[in-house]
Design a protein around this ligand. Structure first.
Ligand SMILES: [Cu+2]
Length: 154
């Protein structure tokens, strides 16, 4: 009788313990998802003998600032300087107004700009770089995800 009661109490404590352990594990996994670094989009294109690459965040969302890093190199892989380089963001399905952030130099042959996507769907990001008096263009495609549900319902 007494032994039975004791085992019931032990059982109860074990149950509470395993439940809190489960809760802790759940919180840990939820937190790690939130802080997990997102995937990168990196694409390299050859344009008239030079290489233009674009690195930014993969699966971006609406209305958040994203950084775009452009690298320019010649046929020998040497970094190329551009006195004027910008991005031109637009949607192939419709004109979206001007979104042309200037890319600033941050290392030899490397430039970066930050901007925001103003609509969900397919975007074309054209890198326009002036190099030794010639204009080079490379078009990159990025898909932008819809906003979160809680943003829509208010
Ligand atoms: Cu649009």
């Amino acid at each position: 009788m007494f032994g039975n009661l004791q085992s019931t109490i032990v059982n109860g404590i074990m149950r509470i313990f395993s439940f809190s352990l489960l809760l802790l594990l759940f919180c840990l996994s939820a937190c790690s998802t939130a802080t997990r670094p997102s995937a990168s989009y990196i694409e390299v294109q050859q344009v008239n003998g030079i290489t233009i690459s674009l690195a930014t965040e993969a699966n971006p969302k609406l209305h958040l600032p994203y950084r775009f890093t452009v690298s320019l190199s010649d046929a020998q892989g040497q970094p190329l300087e551009s006195p004027h380089i910008y991005l031109d963001l637009d949607m192939p399905a419709m004109p979206m107004g001007l979104n042309r952030p200037i890319a600033e130099p941050e290392a030899p042959g490397r430039y970066s700009a930050t901007t925001v996507y103003t609509m969900a769907g397919d975007w074309e990001i054209t890198v326009v770089a002036q190099i030794e008096g010639q204009e080079y263009r490379a078009v990159f495609l990025i898909y932008v995800e819809e906003e979160e549900e809680e943003e829509v319902a208010r």
